[in-house]
Design a protein around this ligand. Structure first.
Ligand code: DX5
Ligand code: ZN
Length: 240
């Protein structure tokens, strides 16, 4: 048996390429995948045309839930060539960034609510050669991240309170995306995470978001990879 399920025929783009792509990108949230068949799930997504994966890292402190750590990230890295975007729902992310990068992270997004000042951590992520992202929760105003926008490659607008998949989309995210989209450079991308479905993805795409994290919408279907494609087309069709 090969030690990798990744196919040689497909060469996925980097997160930097996806950030400036003309079309929308749907990133499956692996929180909802079948972990009993992880390698098969990764192969299915990669062969089915997914462009990048979103990994939800939770510490049981910043959010009231725990997910996976370094060994699982290393395992995923081994079985897919797709870019891995880490959503770090953890307090005090600084000391772990280099280890996440070594374990296979291509991008790391920290939360504004988890740090007093994100400047150092965002700079560290870029220095490590990864994409630097900053997330804000639904109740957090845009003014909280405004001073740090230049240090970001990705702005992650949460459309649910982080911690769990399967929650309902909070429309406050659409207004934030709309306000942000006029303020960013062409090199920066707005990502939305939580409760993404046909309606919310179309609204957020029209407001200016280009990356969409989808957990339940993708893994609740019998053919998750086909659902990634369908949602990607729907978002692209509705782009502002
Ligand atoms: C929530 C996570 C999301 C979540 C998305 O804390 O950040 O990525 O898994 O799942 P759905 O699409 O089910 O809302
Ligand atoms: Zn997430």
């Amino acid at each position: 048996m090969s030690d990798s399920y990744a196919t040689e025929s497909r060469l996925p783009g980097s997160l930097a390429q996806l950030r400036t792509a003309a079309t929308s990108v749907v990133l499956p949230s692996m929180l909802k995948c079948d972990f009993g068949h992880l390698a098969d799930q990764l192969a299915m997504l990669e062969e089915g045309g997914a462009q990048a994966l979103h990994l939800d890292i939770m510490d049981g402190h910043f959010v009231p839930n725990l997910t996976y750590g370094f060994p699982l990230l290393e395992a995923m890295r081994k079985f897919t060539k797709l870019p891995l975007e880490l959503h770090l729902m953890i307090d005090n992310p600084g000391p772990y960034l280099a280890r996440y990068r070594d374990a296979g992270a291509d991008g790391m997004t920290i939360h504004i609510e988890a740090v007093a000042d994100p400047t150092e951590a965002l700079g560290q992520i870029r220095d490590l050669g990864a994409e630097a992202g900053l997330a804000l929760n639904p109740p957090t105003p845009l003014s909280a991240i405004e001073p740090y926008l230049d240090a970001c490659d990705v702005i992650l607008v949460m459309s649910v309170m982080p911690g769990f998949g399967g929650q309902s989309f909070e429309p406050v995210a659409v207004d934030k995306v709309r306000q942000l989209s006029g303020r960013l450079s062409a090199e920066q991308v707005i990502e939305v995470d939580g409760g993404i479905n046909d309606q919310s993805i179309a609204q957020c795409a029209a407001a200016g978001a280009r990356w969409f994290v989808a957990g339940s919408a993708v893994f609740g279907m019998s053919d998750p990879a086909a659902e990634v494609q369908r949602l990607t087309e729907l978002a692209t069709k509705n782009q502002a």
